[in-house]
Design a protein around this ligand. Sequence first.
Ligand code: SAM
Length: 251
Amino acid sequence: MRITVFTIFPELIEAACRPSILGAAIESGVLTVRTVDPRDYTEDRHRKVDDVPFGGGAGMVMMAPPIAAALDSALAAEPAGARKPRIVFLTPAGRPFQQDLARAWAREDSLFLVCGRYKGIDDRARREYATDEVSIGDYVLSGGELPALVVIDAVMRLLPGALGDFTSAEEDSIHSGLLEVPQYTRPREFRGERVPEVLLSGHHENIRRWRRRAALEVTYRRRPDLLERAELTSEDRMILEEIRARSGESD
Ligand code: SAM
């Protein structure tokens, strides 16, 4: 997969793409991440990418021509015959970025992520190019670089070969439809708290059942909305009934 990030702060993306699992995925060729700086597509010697908003108001707006020229150049450089990239504008006004989108985008060949700065990007660039607009949450950041990195990381985890053990991405919270169960490692006892005995038993079926119950319980308590969309077996529904009954008793 190829990811191209359009940003006037390429060093933010490049620095975050070096360490850890993301760095390893790039190093091993599972994905490539490159940056394109709209400043390289300006026509004035100050490499100006912003201007005052028409109609007045505080702040600056990113101009359409440098972004458009950067996108046109990257589109022209896509391999011949390749599927068209998705052109994603990061914006607080976009659709919430969730795991279902990460899953869909992990199947693409090429993603373009367009980062705004200042008051955002001239709307004509969005209308001309955006195939998707996403927000990473109901808060406003100074630029689209952190949201772009959120998208890159979430998509990368789902690419075959990116994680040593793909099952761990499948077990992640949300991806599986439920929140993930509590995890434990050595030591067996920490400040008087012992690891649940069943996890030490080596009994695979009991461990599976304990984990499923724990996932259902933590999801019921913290994110009951997820249960409405999760794929539940009849065993899950029985467990949920018990959890509901127990929590009713303790209310
Ligand atoms: N004035 C814009 C508004 O109210 O929607 C916010 C502009 S923000 C300061 C600058 C840039 O940061 C945006 O163009 C966008 O690329 C990015 N950004 C900020 N918050 C974001 C969020 N929650 N999700 C995605 N992108 C965001």
